[in-house]
Design a protein around this ligand. Structure first.
Ligand code: ADP
Length: 275
């Protein structure tokens, strides 16, 4: 992102302390990063690094203790209208009594999109994920990978400015996962939507992202950002066999290992809003 462009997402000095029965857990200490309009950024970090906490704060589902999340210049204080989220648990994110088409259409009804426009958006989104034929099926009649495609179609039909993806492919088999990764890249390139993709899979983060943000162990700060200077045209076989892919993968792997062993950045990350 260039210095003079306006951030789509601006996370400034985000801090989250969970308060429990008589004890508190500082999950996120100080997270500062930006995502520019149209970027595809991946966040990786070891398990327990605060990825879910960060995503919930960005999605307006959890109040932060300090700092701020700013989406398109507006501070996030509840679920923002310009955002859609694809969760890992596709099985629980779709309504089983509704057809595929009805599931994709539901958020558009809530957004009060007129009927004719809804029909166009639903059809285009289902075509984009290769599910035009399955529109009258119910989610439980579909495979896991197809259900996750429905969830992606639902997010895309909503025309979000920011698409948040929380380990969306963790529960599908390897081949389906590769197909879904390519689907995300092609939708991102076609639609120009900004994507923030959270994963604990290092290869996936390098394959998908233009940038990878590596989180430290909890209490979380940004350990390092790695620019992924691979060609924009990516495919599973060619891209993953590039020497540069192996180098970047090695670099991110090393950082995640450091994070696991408790390594923190040498100088404290700059804080945005005070806390
Ligand atoms: P990740 O998604 O990277 O695995 P989480 O955001 O789930 O990490 O967790 C970060 C830290 O915050 C962990 O130490 C976890 O135990 C703690 N944590 C998460 N949710 C809660 C909660 N509701 N109450 C107390 N501690 C929590």
């Amino acid at each position: 992102m260039t210095a003079d462009s306006v951030a789509m997402l601006d996370v400034r000095g985000l801090r989250k302390v969970y308060q429990g029965r008589g004890r508190s857990v500082e999950a996120v200490r100080d997270l500062t990063f930006t995502v520019g309009p149209g970027e595809l950024v991946c966040i990786v970090g070891p398990s327990g690094a605060g990825k879910t906490t960060l995503l919930k704060c960005i999605a307006g589902l959890l109040d932060s203790t300090g700092g701020a999340v700013v989406l398109e210049g507006e501070r996030v204080t509840g679920p923002p209208p310009g955002m859609a989220v694809v969760f890992q648990e596709y099985g629980r994110s779709l309504f089983p009594w509704m057809t595929v088409r009805q599931n994709v259409e539901l958020p558009l009804k809530e957004k009060r999109v007129p009927r004719a426009r809804r029909q166009v958006l639903v059809r285009e989104a289902l075509e984009a994920v290769g599910l035009a034929e399955a529109q009258d099926a119910h989610p439980w009649q579909l495979s896991g990978g197809m259900q996750q495609r429905v969830a992606i179609a639902r997010a895309v039909a909503y025309e979000p400015h920011l698409l948040l993806m929380d380990e969306p492919f963790a529960a599908v088999d390897a081949q389906t996962r590769a197909d879904l990764e390519d689907l995300v890249r092609s939708l991102w390139r076609r639609l120009g939507v900004t994507v923030l993709f959270v994963t604990h899979d290092i290869d996936e983060s390098v394959y998908l992202g233009q940038r990878v943000i590596v989180l430290s162990d909890s209490p979380t700060v940004v350990l390092e950002e790695v620019a992924i200077d691979l060609p924009d045209e990516r495919d599973q076989l060619t891209t993953r066999s590039l020497p540069r892919f192996a180098q970047l993968r090695g670099q991110v792997y090393e950082l995640v290992q450091q994070a696991k062993s408790g390594h923190r950045p040498a100088s404290p990350a700059p804080t945005g809003a005070g806390h």
